[in-house]
Write a protein that binds this ligand. Sequence first.
Ligand code: KG4
Ligand code: ZN
Length: 397
Amino acid sequence: MKILAIETSCDETGLAIVDIEQPDASAASITVLAESLLSQALLHAEYGGVYPSLAKREHSKNLGPLFVELLTQANMLTQTQTPAIGKDSIGVIKELLEREPELFIHLATLLAQIEKPPLDAIAVTHGPGLEPALWVGVNFAKALSHAWNIPIIPMNHMEGHLAAGLARPLDDTHFTITQPKLPALALLLSGGHTELVLIKNWFDGTHTNSYEKIGSTRDDAVGEAFDKSARLLGIPYPGGPEISKLAAHARAENLSQPYSLPRPMLTTNDYDFSFSGLKTAVRTLVESIGTPTEKQKKQIARELEDAITEVVVAKTMRAIEEFGVRSLIVGGGVSANAYIRTALSDALAHYEAFDLYLPTPSLSTDNGLMIGFAAALHTLPTQTPSELAANGNLVLG
Ligand code: KG4
Ligand code: ZN
């Protein structure tokens, strides 16, 4: 089944076309036919975080050109004198893209020139995320679905991160997803969410509630703890990767560790997290220093990464013990963090018959491919749900 995947929940416009083969419910082979991704991070940097209306505007500006690039890459862009789209349809599409006029112009021009590509379904992120941004992807999917009569599969962004963790690369364009040993635990670490999700059943058509969220952050997400602390150190958004580099320098240079930051909720008897106190502690520390030197920045970055890693690993390990978990699937932007990846591998090193799934670092952060992977987790439906809306607070369930 050839699937177009669309991701616009935050500040990355991600598209992919994947070919999914599902011999049975426990396995899927995925061939990547095309992929395009455009990050808006530099544009949001001056605001110190993602600015929703700017994200929406950029998605609607960029989706059209990215889609042409994608179809070209997949060899699915065929010019024709007799396009599949009629005048009535253009009217409906104009209405669907009423709030994205730029995207409408791009799409209407394209649809009038090309044949219907051989796509079987459109998988689109409809939550969670920034609603104005999500709507652009959802409306784009609806427009294409109407134009070419292709069903839409609504996808959960966090399931996309989970699927990116689960997908094993065979080479650059081939991946497999097989059923992990159950019960499995998903540790989802992103810029907007921090969640521990238990997977007791697999998606074999007999179980509906496969996901059970056992813990989440009570305030800031783990990515926010990195980004907001980075900002306090004068590092532009998204500061997570830079903090990690500074921390690695501090370790490599064997710098002293003069600062101590809290480990919020490290020992509480639950699976929840809280990271806003950590950011506040960094603020207090930076204010007490004045203008931190490069050396002090490295020392603070290291202490911050240590604190976050300790809490994340401790909570995860406690859940693994408590629920008799047999595989851990890690996903989300922060799962690109080398120190957290190593700490999790080390903590699980002596566990026998346990599988740790870590995403390819480039697939940790938001992208279109992960939404295609998420589609491969399910037996694919062939009908668009009657009401499809963006839902910024969509829960994995
Ligand atoms: O999953 P993602 O791409 O977007 C959301 O869905 O939120 O995650 C983005 C987050 C940002 O906070 C970014 O700073 C963080 O992931 N991040 C990292 C690293 N790479 C990305 N944080 C720490 N270390 C990294 N190497
Ligand atoms: Zn994400």
